[in-house]
Design a protein around this ligand. Structure first.
Ligand SMILES: [Zn+2]
Length: 405
């Protein structure tokens, strides 16, 4: 699935209509969740039951019928997504919180499937044809990006997203972007670290951009300003918007860096191995937390996988045990704490940068192939990440709490 995004240009009334559609989505999602909760923990509720419940809701609440029926069903699917993720986490005994589904208060998007909208013949306007009265909006953005060039049946979903700086539409197109990969004969292991964005098995490093720290002073100032404003005042609203925009800016910079770095990495190698660290576990260490989120490794790895698929370059995940402790030359275990930056092996005398040593081990592990597995699975959440949606639809509030761990 490829995602094409445009900013939407419309009138105030149209923006309000989009807000209303977004509210209906949240209403249906929460109602479905309520149904599941009320049915004794929802043991007997299936995805299909929620779909049927949509029709019941539409009858009971006239405002819900305004929204296109497929968009209503997509809202029920969101509730089901939250429920099934919770079940999965329980079933696989995921460590930590299981993510019991929560009612949503800050929904920012509405998703249409293949009905309820049409592209205008000029390819520069989209009209929403359901009862929400959104009407015809201009597609603003990159003129080289031509959504109208795709056959209509390949456009599987159309999503309106409200961000801090306006309304956007994303077209999900069922097509593969295949890139002819020029073989380079190079295999590489990468270690994502704190000192550098990543270190590869050749000893090259990519520096950390640290966008967040640079922007942090500004964010802090805006945050302070916001908390000084009186509750519910117009000035507070203004300050909140400013803060949200600043967060959005940082997110975009980070996403952009991750995407470009991943593209460069994949196009210059034939095999890529990385360590499958549980980032969430690492974030518990509060001294490291900020740097970890700053680097945005999760996003980076998602992009590496996405580009790997495009280039048909294998991206291998290896288990994270002992990659930094083992000696890459003689396999002796050399214990060291996080603050020790150099690997010095007492058995064979090799001296390497800590991350370089780890990257060599990661590559060796992938080559041995016993622990590594080819990363061909593409779960829905990964795809979301790869298309940059999770990151960009994230609200600023959540971005802050994530940073705090
Ligand atoms: Zn050694």
């Amino acid at each position: 699935m490829l995602i094409f995004e445009y900013k939407l240009d419309g009138s105030r009334a149209q923006y309000a209509a989009m807000d209303e559609a977004i509210r209906v989505v949240q209403f249906i999602r929460n109602k479905c969740l309520r149904l599941w909760m009320d049915e004794r923990g929802g043991q007997g509720i299936s995805k299909n039951d929620l779909q049927c419940y949509c029709a019941v809701l539409a009858k009971a609440y006239p405002f819900a019928t305004h929204l296109n029926s497929q968009a209503r069903q997509a809202s029920a699917d969101r509730a089901w997504f939250a429920i099934s993720r919770f079940y999965d986490n329980c079933k696989h005994h995921k460590p930590g919180k299981k993510g019991y589904p929560k009612f949503q208060h800050d929904n920012r998007s509405v998703e249409y499937k293949q009905t309820g909208w049409k592209l205008e013949p000029d390819g520069k306007h989209i009209t929403f044809t359901d009862g929400c009265d959104i009407g015809c909006l201009r597609l603003a953005g990159n003129p080289k990006q031509k959504i109208a060039a795709f056959p209509l049946e390949q456009i599987k979903r159309v999503r309106i997203v409200h961000r801090a700086d306006g309304y956007y539409v994303q077209f999900g197109v069922e097509a593969e972007r295949a890139i002819v990969h020029q073989p380079t004969g190079k295999q590489v292991g990468i270690d994502v670290g704190l000192k550098a964005y990543y270190t590869d098995s050749e000893g090259n490093t990519v520096d950390n951009p640290r966008h967040y720290r640079k922007a942090e002073q500004k964010l802090k100032r805006l945050q302070r300003g916001l908390s000084r404003k009186q509750k519910k005042s117009a000035n507070r609203k203004k300050a909140r918007k400013q803060l949200a925009r600043a967060h959005l800016h940082v997110q975009r910079q980070r996403e952009d860096f991750a995407r470009k770095t991943a593209s460069t990495l994949v196009s210059s190698h034939d095999v890529i191995a990385y360590e499958d660290v549980q980032i969430r576990n690492m974030v518990r260490n509060h001294h490291l937390a900020k740097s970890i989120h700053d680097a945005g490794w999760g996003t980076f790895i998602s992009w590496v996988k996405a580009y790997g698929r495009m280039h048909n370059v294998p991206v291998l995940a290896v288990a994270p045990h002992f990659t930094s402790q083992e000696c890459s030359a003689c396999s002796a275990i050399v214990k060291k704490s996080l603050s020790v930056r150099t690997h010095i092996c007492p058995s064979c005398g090799v001296v390497l940068d800590r991350d370089h040593n780890a990257a060599l081990n990661i590559l060796a592990k992938a080559r041995a192939c016993t622990l590594g597995h080819r990363e061909t699975s593409s779960s829905s959440s990964e795809e979301e990440n790869a298309s940059g949606q999770t990151a960009s639809t994230r609200t600023p509030k959540r971005a802050t709490s994530k940073r705090a761990g």
